[in-house]
Ligand binder design. Structure first.
Ligand SMILES: [Zn+2]
Ligand SMILES: [Zn+2]
Length: 122
């Protein structure tokens, strides 16, 4: 038995290590609040295990907020009144509106709203 030194396999272990998914924490800018958040290695693995390929677009807070908005809309009973807390774009008073305002669109309190449309006030 004098042939033990022949044909060691090529550097397969090193190659495998290089192609194995190695996750590192990543910084991602949230598309909603534009602040940087960390997409952790653990979360990346979780995403991969679910077959997801796209990194998250929102930070945890905004994602939660978005989920909450969608749930509120989905769970909404037709005809039921909803109250969404907002600030009036005119007088800055805290008020509620019976709909989910879209981003960037001004929302007014009842008083300012009526002042904007004279003639329709009672
Ligand atoms: Zn955010
Ligand atoms: Zn107002």
């Amino acid at each position: 038995m004098g042939e033990s030194m022949t044909n060691l396999p090529p550097d397969q272990t090193a190659a495998a290590a290089a192609t194995a998914p190695i996750h590192k924490d990543r910084e991602i800018r949230c598309i909603d609040c534009t602040s940087l958040f960390t997409w952790t290695a653990g979360e990346q693995e979780f995403f991969e295990s679910k077959g997801l390929v796209n990194p998250p677009k929102r930070c945890k807070g905004c994602k939660k907020e978005k989920t909450r908005r969608i749930e509120a809309i989905l769970n909404r009973v037709p005809g039921e009144r909803i109250d969404v807390p907002v600030r009036c774009a005119s007088c800055d008073a805290a008020t509620t509106v019976p709909f989910f305002p879209s981003q960037g669109r001004p929302v007014f309190c009842r008083k300012c709203f009526q002042q904007q449309r004279p003639g329709t006030a009672e």
